[in-house]
Design a protein around this ligand. Structure first.
Ligand SMILES: Nc1nc2c(ncn2[C@@H]2O[C@H](COP(=O)(O)OP(=O)(O)OP(=O)(O)O)[C@@H](O)[C@H]2O)c(=O)[nH]1
Ligand SMILES: [Mg+2]
Length: 282
């Protein structure tokens, strides 16, 4: 018997959604950072075995809407929920209990969604006594088998192999998308406060040859003062961002990468619908 299902992974920003999907899929499909609101788009991560295929959908962390970008992110959460066979809702065990989250889970169940509530980061000191269906850690791997079994229990078996994706297919985004995201991840790593959240990445050139890839990209920010910080004294910050991003690109593409980065100011880019997804590479 075979099983297939779409699993929407939901939760507050920083709950560990992207880290979990990367660990389960065994590929880096989604960037990760210690800062909230890292993921902006819905990203597919497919786990295929002989008996089952699970199509995980990573989503932006649930937060209040402000800019067009926030609205875009929350629309992605709604879309993922609407097409999911199972919703996997993560509660961060290292954060205090939040009553609003429980109300949200109850509401999803009342709306007829099949919700598994899982406690993430169980390798850390628990600050949250809420009883969940399963606990896991994406760092140690503890609880992951149980988590997969909980998902599989909810899916209907089929005599035929009802997989929607090829066995070697693990995501739905083109290479350029990952390149743009790795640059954003590196910026999130080195920059602080509101600056990394005010960044978008535009790939200007992507020349993929068999032995080497040449990439030119713009880091788009909304303020002149941010541009100065992103470039840094004597270009030091931009160099650091570029080096870390280049290594991630080389690892992902499996070849040498030349990465040229520029910084551009585009006031209010996050209120422009055309700029919202990591940029048009959806
Ligand atoms: N100790 C520990 N840290 C974790 C675990 N899972 C994720 N983290 C850390 O938690 C932080 C947030 O992880 P992400 O995977 O980016 O969280 P997210 O839910 O995708 O966040 P958004 O995209 O902002 O909604 C990162 O610093 C991760 O390294 C875990 O199981 N254990
Ligand atoms: Mg994420």
């Amino acid at each position: 018997m075979f099983k297939f299902g779409y699993v929407a992974v939901l939760g507050k920003p920083n709950a560990g959604k992207s880290t979990l999907i990367n660990r389960l899929v065994g590929e880096k499909v989604a960037i990760v950072s210690d800062k909230p609101q890292t993921t902006r788009d819905n990203i597919l991560g497919v786990l295929t075995t002989k008996e089952f295929q699970l199509a995980f959908v990573d989503t932006p962390g649930i937060h209040k809407s402000g800019t067009f970008l926030d609205k875009y992110m929350m629309k992605n959460v709604r879309t993922a929920k609407a097409s999911a066979d199972v919703v996997l809702y993560l509660i961060d065990s290292s954060k205090p209990f939040d009553k609003q989250e429980i109300e949200h889970i109850d509401k999803m169940r009342a709306d007829g969604l099949d919700v598994i509530v899982a406690k993430s980061k169980c390798d850390k000191t628990a600050k949250n006594e809420f009883v969940c269906d399963v606990e896991f850690s994406s760092v140690t791997g503890e609880g992951l088998d149980k988590l997969i079994n909980k998902i599989l229990e909810r899916l209907t078996p089929s005599k035929t192999k009802n997989f929607l994706f090829d066995e070697d297919e693990f995501t739905d985004k083109p290479l350029k998308y990952f390149v743009a995201e790795f640059i954003r991840e590196s910026a999130l790593f080195y920059l602080n406060k509101e600056i990394p959240h005010g960044i978008a990445v535009d790939i200007i050139e992507f020349n993929d040859k068999p032995s080497e890839t040449f990439i030119q990209a713009d880091i788009v920010c909304s303020k002149e003062s941010h541009k100065g910080i992103i470039i840094g004294k004597g270009g030091e910050m931009l160099k650091k961002i570029g080096m870390k991003a280049r290594l991630s690109c080389e690892q992902f593409l499996g070849k040498k990468v030349t990465l040229k980065l520029f910084v551009k100011v585009e006031k209010d880019w996050h209120n422009k619908p055309s700029k919202l997804s990591t940029l048009g590479y959806n």
